[in-house]
Design a protein around this ligand. Sequence first.
Ligand code: ACM
Length: 265
Amino acid sequence: MAYRVSVLQFAPRLLDTRSNLKRLEELFSGLETDLAVLPELCTSGYVFQSQSEVESASEAFPGGPAFEFFCALAWERQCSIVYGFAERSSDVFYNSCALVNPDGSQHLYRKTHLFNREKLFFAPGNTGLQVFEAKGGVKVGLMVCFDWQFPEAARTLALKGAQVICHPSNLVLPWCQQAMLTRSLENRVFSITANRVGSEGPAGLSLNFTGMSQIIGTKGEILVRMTETETGVRTCEINPENALDKTVTPLNDAFGDRRPEFYEL
Ligand code: ACM
């Protein structure tokens, strides 16, 4: 099965959802893909300084303006879209990502492992790690940025049948992109890490984001890797069915050979 997957890398503007959606509209212009993955908090920016900033940049799911925008885009471009956003649920805020599909179905994931100052503004996710169907029935697992540090996250998604791990990110530490080669390899799944670029925040809180958004194959191959600074979209074709094959050697299977009775997870 030929399936086109895309990763988008750009520099969202803090607290400026309107201009971020406009930029994304430009990046999607003419794009022909089946599944597109966007960065974490791509509608709002990342370096919040107060709860009221988070509140002003957040929206309920489903139903907010960014949600409506991405649903319309998914329909127009006939692709599935995974995007990160600040979610408001009553008076609780989550660092969330959503999957919206061209048939109108939609799904939500709330980041399980919060990173550093995110803990000041967001509640830890309570959705658990879940796998959903994207366009064409391809099974996608959702995780957000720092979830990479915990191999249990990707393993859980793979054990639940994920063929492609979609991984919206705002990375600042230097290790994730290489670590995701291993997450793909050990689970025999594709992974798409969509990172942002640029710097954000005042002196003392300023962060530099590391770009290098990537699409990784089931044997840890780098199919796409962007530079640390470029903005744009990169697309490649994959066969998601490859992720159903967990064979390592004729006598080894990456999942069949697991010995969970000896693991303390
Ligand atoms: C991160 O989780 N945004 C590093």
